[in-house]
Design a protein around this ligand. Structure first.
Ligand SMILES: Cc1cc2nc3c(=O)[nH]c(=O)nc-3n(C[C@H](O)[C@H](O)[C@H](O)COP(=O)(O)OP(=O)(O)OC[C@H]3O[C@@H](n4cnc5c(N)ncnc54)[C@H](O)[C@@H]3O)c2cc1C
Length: 435
């Protein structure tokens, strides 16, 4: 591509949706990735859950906007993909009313923003999900804690909040590939097996990137969408010092279990968030259940210094913790003999909320710090990034006069300033994957 307008580093779901929106606006966008295909970085192992319970107004608003894109996937793309289209499985979400979740705040935000939901009492929860224990298990503990972990619940939960519009995406890598094909249709280009090793500058303005094979590509705008490698790219650009909120890579595991006998969780199960047990789980193909962690305080966090080197094997201890926690909520769960699951990295910011911003280097932008929860938001984030870049490149002083715009589907006024690298730690955050 000759004389590109915007170089995007990273062809994960965030880089691809950003490229798509910029290409639709007529920008020439090469998207560069060191791996072999779109979505083959951390996106490939995403649980791809689409839900609206976030702890902040902006979080709920963006996620609800995201619902609309997933429900409207084919029209959003406007392009075919020889591999087929990813499917949005609209199974619904149960947010259990637990101590581990600020569900009252979530309910307030749902009411304020008009997110369709039902407030279930305990009888309704039992009726809808008869395989669940409705006991209180707070505080979250680990199987190694012995009696504390295994003791019977003596009280019941107050109920749950159900959102019918949520669910999960069948195949996160395919979804990313879909966006790549859509981007190509509107003129975007992709370069794989190409590692960016240098962000070049001219004074305080970005001028392009250098690849590992020495190729230099020049452009007036570069976007860091490198996922768990985001801090590496920010350091290359020399912009980390000017950031109040930074990013790091955190290792995470999610595990597979079969459904309880006689219950088809794939067909009849719902995505469920269980703050008492510090887990979330959702239906998975093969009538199984995929269970992930909500980062309870009793679990160690494994920060990774080099995102190219981390243990990709499921650990016995974490597998046991999550599967046993799930068995507390689903007492008939068969405990598999073999540990099975996936391991990958989150790109976590200091307050577990994303950074969608410009940087101290003119022309260098970042869509980073997705903290284990931005797959669902990637389509509206692509739009947000294109709006931000458009406005800032046309002179808006975003650091002092934050970009605001009306979301495409919901019409909500979104304030991009809340994703600023210069913000103070947001005290409303859950400081977990719940955002
Ligand atoms: C186990 C797990 C479960 C998750 N579950 C959910 C969920 O249920 N719901 C949800 O909404 N979110 C979830 N997430 C989070 C979500 O998947 C991420 O927020 C999202 O996929 C991040 O996309 P990305 O494009 O930023 O990163 P990536 O997909 O990692 O893409 C970044 C790309 O940059 C490339 N790159 C890095 N450095 C360079 C370089 N120097 N040169 C060239 N290319 C480079 C990488 O190869 C990679 O392909 C989960 C994440 C994980 C790991």
């Amino acid at each position: 591509m000759k004389h590109p307008d915007v170089i995007i580093v990273g062809a994960g779901i965030i880089g691809c949706t950003t490229a798509f929106e910029l290409a639709k606006r007529g920008q020439k966008t090469p998207t560069i990735d060191k791996v072999y295909d779109a979505g083959a970085g951390s996106t490939i192992n995403s649980c791809a859950i689409v839900r609206a319970h976030y702890s902040t107004y902006d979080g709920v608003a963006l996620a609800y906007e995201g619902f609309k894109y997933w429900a409207d996937w084919e029209d959003y793309l406007g392009a075919a993909d020889e591999r087929g289209l990813a499917r949005f499985i609209n199974c619904g979400t149960i947010l259990l009313k637990t101590e581990g979740h600020n569900w009252r705040r979530v309910r307030e935000l749902y009411r304020e923003l008009g997110v369709e939901h039902e407030d279930w009492d305990i009888e309704m929860l039992k009726k809808k999900m008869p395989i669940y224990s409705t006991g209180k298990f707070w505080p979250t503990s680990r199987p190694e804690d012995g009696d504390t972990f295994f003791k019977e619940a003596t009280e019941e939960l107050p109920g749950a909040i159900y959102t019918p519009g949520s669910g999960y995406v069948s195949d996160p890598q395919l979804a990313t590939h879909n966006v790549m094909r859509a981007t190509e249709k509107v003129g975007g280009e992709f370069l794989f097996n190409a590692e960016v090793v240098e962000i070049r500058r001219d004074g305080n303005t970005v001028s392009g990137v250098t690849l590992a094979d020495g190729t230099k590509i020049d452009a007036p705008v570069v976007v860091n969408a490198a996922g768990p490698h985001s801090f590496v790219i920010n350091r290359m650009a020399g912009v980390e010092q000017g950031m109040n909120i930074k990013t790091r890579a955190l290792r995470h595991e999610a595990h597979h279990t079969p459904s309880p006998e006689g219950f088809d969780f794939e067909a009849d199960g719902m995505h469920t968030s269980d703050g008492d047990n510090g887990i979330y789980f959702r239906p998975e193909t093969g009538n199984s259940i995929l269970v992930g962690s909500e980062d309870p305080e009793c679990d160690d966090q494994e920060w990774i210094e080099n995102p190219d080197e981390f243990d990709r094997e499921v650990t016995e201890a974490q597998w046991r913790a999550q599967v046993y926690r799930l068995a507390k909520r689903i007492p008939d769960l068969p405990i598999p003999k073999q540990a099975r699951g996936i391991v990958d990295l989150y790109d976590v910011s200091d307050d577990w909320l994303a950074i969608y911003d410009r940087s101290g280097l003119d022309g260098f932008y970042m869509a980073v710090g997705t903290s284990g929860h931005e797959f669902k938001n990637a389509p509206p984030v692509g739009y947000l990034m294109s709006e931000l870049i458009d406005r800032v490149e046309n002179g808006q002083d975003h650091d002092h006069d934050p970009v605001r715009y009306n979301a495409v589907y919901t019409g909500f006024e979104l304030n991009v300033g809340c994703y600023s690298r210069k913000r103070e730690i947001n005290p409303d955050s859950s400081f977990s994957v719940n955002g």
